[in-house]
Design a protein around this ligand. Structure first.
Ligand code: PGA
Length: 248
């Protein structure tokens, strides 16, 4: 394991209005009552909520991440946000190369790589996502696809101190389906050989009921959680499962 304390990161995707800050306040209250020293927690709300989230979380150890960034620091790019802007709004990390961005916006490995470098430039941790589609898996290409995505998407400047890699099988995202524990183990062992001391997260239909067994696997340093991160009670249960897995 590259990371002693598992990281439990929640990706809210395109969900969350001002009222959703109540979920963050609920997490904050739980953390004040019951510290969870053996695991780290991060929430990645939509960029519109970052600044408010920063204030809502003042005084806690809950980390804030963003969901995407533009490769350039500033300029004429209507509607885009630079890594510097996200850092300024309170983020300490940014997800890049999520499969939804790769498919919705045609993002290539080269673009993801440039976004990773932008994150480093702004002092953010890059959470770089890779993962195979169902067809690729069916064709037995999982490890080849991942090797290829890693080679293209992970900047050569990536280190354990500035990067996290999330393995998210596309077919497991939002479907309630996950690979077998053996499959996750095998893929993460493969990732580890290439990732060195970079932390490796698993993502795709992580819930409170499977979080502990996944985080107890060798070379799984935490989880990236989508749908289940929208509910404070469920997300809290996943976070405490991280602590339990760390002690397992
Ligand atoms: P999910 O999403 O937990 O809803 O499957 C995971 C992700 O896309 O990061």
């Amino acid at each position: 394991m590259a990371r002693k304390r598992p990281l439990v990161a929640g990706n809210w995707k395109m969900n969350g209005l001002g009222a959703s800050l109540a979920e963050l306040k609920a997490l904050k209250q739980r953390l004040e009552k019951t510290p969870v020293p053996e695991a780290e927690i991060m929430v990645c709300p939509p960029a519109t909520l970052l600044a408010q989230a920063r204030w809502a979380l003042t005084g806690t150890d809950i980390l804030l991440g963003a969901q995407d960034c533009h490769p350039l620091p500033s300029g004429a790019h209507t509607g885009d946000l630079s890594a510097e802007m996200l850092a300024d709004a309170g983020a300490s990390a940014v997800i890049v190369g999520h499969s939804e961005r790769r498919s919705d916006h045609g993002e290539t490995d080269a673009l993801v790589n440039a976004k990773g470098k932008a994150a480093f430039r702004a002092g953010l941790t890059a959470i770089i996502c890779v993962g195979e589609t169902e067809k690729q898996r069916g064709d037995g290409e999982t490890l080849d696809i991942i090797r290829h995505q890693l080679a293209g998407s992970v900047p050569k400047e990536a280190r354990g101190s500035n990067t996290v890699i999330a393995y998210e099988p596309v077919w497991a995202i939002g479907t309630g389906r996950t690979p077998s524990l053996d499959d996750i183990l095998r893929t993460h062992a493969h990732l580890r050989r290439r990732a060195g001391d970079i932390a490796l997260l698993y993502g795709g239909s992580v819930k409170s009921k499977n979080a502990r067994e996944i985080m107890a696997l060798a070379e799984v340093d935490g989880v990236l959680v989508g749908g289940a991160s929208l509910d404070a009670a469920e997300f809290w249960a996943i976070y405490t499962a991280g602590q339990a897995a760390a002690g397992a």
